[in-house]
Every structure is written in structure tokens, then in C-alpha cells.
Design a protein around this ligand. Sequence first.
Ligand SMILES: [Zn+2]
Length: 303
Amino acid sequence: MLGSNVPTIGGLPKGFECADKWGCECIQIYLTLSRRWDVPILSEKEIFEFKNAWRKSKVKEVVAHLPYLVNLASSDSDLYIKAGNRLIAELDRARKMGVSFIVAHPGSHRGAGVKTGIKRSVNVLNMALASTSNTLTKILLETMSGQGTEIGSSFEQLAEIMGLVKQPERFGVCFDTCHVFAAGYDVSSYKGYEKTMEQLDKIIGMKNVAAFHLNDSKEDLGSYIDRHASIGEGYLGLECFHAIVGEPRFSDIPKILEIPERDEKSQQNLGLLRNLQTLTRKEVSHDQQTKRIHRRSKIRRLF
Ligand SMILES: [Zn+2]
């Protein structure tokens, strides 16, 4: 299923209006105000309105994303406690709203080192699990670009976290195409994509992949810089997107766009991804080889 992150200005139910306009089968939203620490109690009315708008829309799956101010590996004790409390509050909201997945960045160690960062992240995740035993919402650890001191930029690091948490069945992985590429996994060709997926399966297990973020990258392979681009407008090209949207084993998994010009371009990017599903590998890769994507008629129609 294909979708996008959507704006929710004017209230969470507004996200579904945008979703239907753009043709999203799944959406990603923030459940709380992403730049504020206080989380108001959700009223019964708000829950009803959200569920009602969802029911009336064509959206099958809603994926939540933890706000960026939450650093699960923070070495600042105040921010670390706030991060843990926020994760609990978000999981509680997700449960009440019927949201099955919440994407979380494993955190940034801010100079304390990857080992310490992973330990901190695991501790706070375990604390949140213990306080939310009544929720079925899964925490999806996102594959990160490794920008700054981010942890989770290698499959090994994510596997380590998932091996240390107390209830691994409450976790999954969100595979971000831009991030993995920036972190050094060359998914810009079918060959590289397949090799990366083999590694992912071996180290994390394909069954744990519960969501995709489909983003092209404005930066090159191994840049460790997190800069998203519209599909086909970055260094990734089209092959990996064609491969992902064409894999039957991923058909029921939410695949979410997070592109910079979201409000102007998500609808068109979704159309492009859907059209890609009608092409063969030969058609797409020949095009990549010639580097004349926009000139070749079959591909040009996609943009
Ligand atoms: Zn993210």
C-alpha cells in the first residue's frame, strides 16, 4: 500500500481529507504537536472524530511518527526522562486512536559513543514497554542515515537494539530508502538493492520490516547526510523504488513518501510510483543506464 505523510493542520482528522485527495492508502502523521513537550489529554470526542474520518476515507493504515525533539539516547538526564515519558504518551494515544505502528528514531548519542547510545535507547524502550503493556501498537525503529551522532545507521545496530529489548515482538523496522543509501547501502541499482535486502534479511529478518519510507536522496552514497528528494530526482534513480513497489511480499506493508515539497508533489509522486508498477525491470534499468530518464517517452510519462 502506498501513501504519504500528510499535514494535519486544523486537527488530526484533516489528514484523511488530504489522503483521499492524493490517493493515499496509508498515511503517516504526528499524533501530538511535534515541537512541544506538553501532550494534552485526548478527549473521547477527538478519538471519535479521528476514527470516524478514518472510516470514511480510503486509508487502510495510519502510521505515527515520534516527534523529532524526542531523543531516546539523550545523555541529558532531563531530556532523556522527557523522551521516555513522551514515548509512553504517544503509545497511549496510538492505542486509543487505533494506530498500529509508531516510527521512532533510535536516537543520537551526542558524543557518548554508539555503545552507550544503544544502551540508553534500549533502557528507555524497555521502560516504555513496561508502562504500556495494554497496547498492541508496535514501535518501528527507523533505519537512519548516520547524520551527526545518530545510532541505527547500520542493520547490525538495529538488530542489536532489537536483540536487547524485553519484548522484541512489539518492535519492527521502518526501512527508509534515502537513509540506507546515505548510510552506505547502495540501493541505487537492482543488484545493489537485492544485495542490501539479503543483508537486511540475514541481520534483522525480513519479517520485521513493517513499513517503508520511500524517499530519493539529494546526497550521494555514504554521505551520512539526511536530505530527502522527490522520487527520481535524486541519486537513487528509479530502480529501487520500482523493485520495492513491485515486490508482492511488500504489497500490504505501508510505503510512505516523505518528500520536501510534499504538499505540491506527493500526489504526483504517488502517481509515478503506481505507473512504475506497470513497467518491467528492463524498461526501467535501460532508462537508468542511458541517463536520459526525462527524454525517454515511456519514463517521461511518469513524471
Ligand atoms: Zn523518521
